[in-house]
Design a protein around this ligand. Structure first.
Ligand SMILES: Cc1ncc(COP(=O)(O)O)c(C=O)c1O
Length: 452
């Protein structure tokens, strides 16, 4: 393939063959005409192959919360690979798996001290769905199999997560892969809530839709509701005040499990270990991944309420495998080593507290973009920000993509900014400094001024 290196592309890519890697969630043909490569990362910055520094405004993909290539994590992984590269976790185990589970259980909400390891957020979502169904079955309610998701929700790309997810583009090509799924409406309400700081005031009543679905399907058929406490991938949708409380109450009333997908919100993003702590609402199952080990080695987990574990595990005959589910790489030793080092670093550096302290500054900086060209909404919570742009006539999503490319390819003050359609999403590493928050916002301001 001939490379033209238009705006945003990386000359070093010319030395590579780009045909073979079928890239994930990428417009492959467009990308390969103008590839953007990263080759090194340290602290708050990525570096391109030719040495350009790019401020990481997105913690990679919402996952590198402690900043890049942190020495204690690097050393832990190096040491582990030399000590024991892999150990099976089916009817065998290694100490690091138990230490990792104990570490996560200690920070999890009270009553949720059972941890099942996966390798990604997608696997966590599908694992949680299976756990919910297995739980009801173990208690003699095998008819409870319907999963309720939410429009604009994102729970990864495996079958359960795709079906429970609510981003139309992601579902369009994969209809009806799983029976028994329904959705409540999304919480986004631009007309009433635009430019809200923190949780918006309007929309708690959107949770009432769950009662409607219960009346429609009957509670005896519904296993679980799965939502992101704060939706990230669909464009940073912060739950309205009172909304999650209502969801929790309706689930309790009807014996439905509440699954919080905390793949983005887990591990300090909102200034607390989990969003469950931030909102003071305890789910029944909590999925996480991403920042669990600073994204060093693929890893995820489902944290279960103790009763859910007990119902499934104690409900099975002695000596039999109780939950017929697991991955070859569940609790991979290197992932566990990275987890232990990462969680220690979070504590040693006080990164969750830091996120909490920085949040008001981040909010103020972000909202200074109000009035900039094309900006129709700004929303934020913790160290997460969303900036919604008016779509260009007949070209929805183009403005978002252009800001992303402009910010990345700027000669000075380049920044990595994520986009979902015309919504820009920010989720910097929790080590970000105030001056870097300013630089990030300036990079976006500059890009907005140059696009039409
Ligand atoms: C809320 C949520 N759930 C699940 C996933 C899927 O995670 P992964 O890409 O690790 O499979 C993501 C990824 O962005 C996510 O944001």
């Amino acid at each position: 393939m001939k490379l033209e290196h238009p705006m945003g592309s990386t000359p070093a890519a010319a030395a590579l063959s780009l045909e073979e890697w079928w890239m994930p969630f990428t417009a492959n043909r467009a990308f390969k005409r103008a590839p953007r490569l990263l080759s090194r990362a340290e602290g708050m910055y990525y570096y391109t192959p030719e040495g350009r520094q790019v401020l990481d405004g997105t913690a990679g993909l919402w996952c590198v919360n402690a900043g890049h290539s942190r020495q204690p994590i690097v050393e832990a992984v190096q040491q582990q690979v030399a000590t024991m590269d892999f150990a099976p976790a089916f009817n065998m185990a290694h100490p690091l798996g138990f230490q990792a589970a104990t570490t996560i259980a200690k920070m999890a909400p009270a009553g949720m001290q059972r941890v099942f390891f996966t390798n990604s957020g997608s696997e966590s979502a599908d694992t949680a769905i299976k756990m919910a169904i297995a739980y009801h079955r173990a208690r003699g309610e095998a008819s409870r199999r319907i999963i309720i998701g939410r429009e604009r929700g994102y729970h990864g790309v495996n079958i359960g997560g795709t079906m429970a997810g609510g981003i139309p583009g992601n579902r369009k090509h994969f209809p009806a892969m799983m029976a028994g799924v329904d959705h409540i409406r999304a919480t986004h309400d631009l007309a009433r809530n635009a430019f809200s700081k923190g949780q918006p005031a309007h929309g708690a009543e959107f949770a009432d839709e769950l009662e409607r679905l219960v009346a429609f399907h009957d509670a005896s058929n519904i296993a679980a509701v799965i939502v992101e406490p704060m939706a990230g991938s669909a464009g940073v949708l912060v739950p309205p005040k009172g909304y999650l409380e209502k969801l929790r109450a309706t689930c309790d009333k009807h014996g439905i499990l509440l699954i919080f997908d905390e793949v983005i919100t887990g591990f300090g993003r909102l200034g607390t270990p989990f969003a469950s702590h931030y909102f003071n609402i305890t789910p029944d199952l909590l999925t996480c991944a991403k920042a669990i080990n600073n994204a060093t080695i693929p890893m995820g987990a489902v944290i279960a309420r103790n009763e859910i574990h007990d119902a499934i595990v104690n409900g099975a005959p002695e000596g039999q495998i109780e939950f017929l589910h697991g991955y070859t790489y569940s609790a991979h030793p290197m992932a566990c080593a990275a987890l232990l080092a990462t969680q220690k670093l979070y504590v040693d550096d006080g990164l969750f507290e830091r996120a909490r302290e920085l949040a008001p500054y981040f909010e103020q900086a972000l909202h200074s973009l109000k009035g900039a060209p094309h900006v129709i909404d700004i929303r934020n919570l913790g160290l997460v920000g969303g900036i919604e742009l008016a779509p260009r006539d007949g070209a929805v999503g183009k403005r978002g993509a252009e800001v992303h490319i402009k910010c990345f390819s700027a000669d000075k003050n380049a920044a990595l900014v994520r986009f979902t359609g015309d919504i820009l999403a920010l989720s910097p590493p929790l080590i970000i400094e105030r001056a870097q928050i300013d630089a990030l916002v300036d990079a976006i301001r500059g890009a907005l001024a140059t696009i039409d």
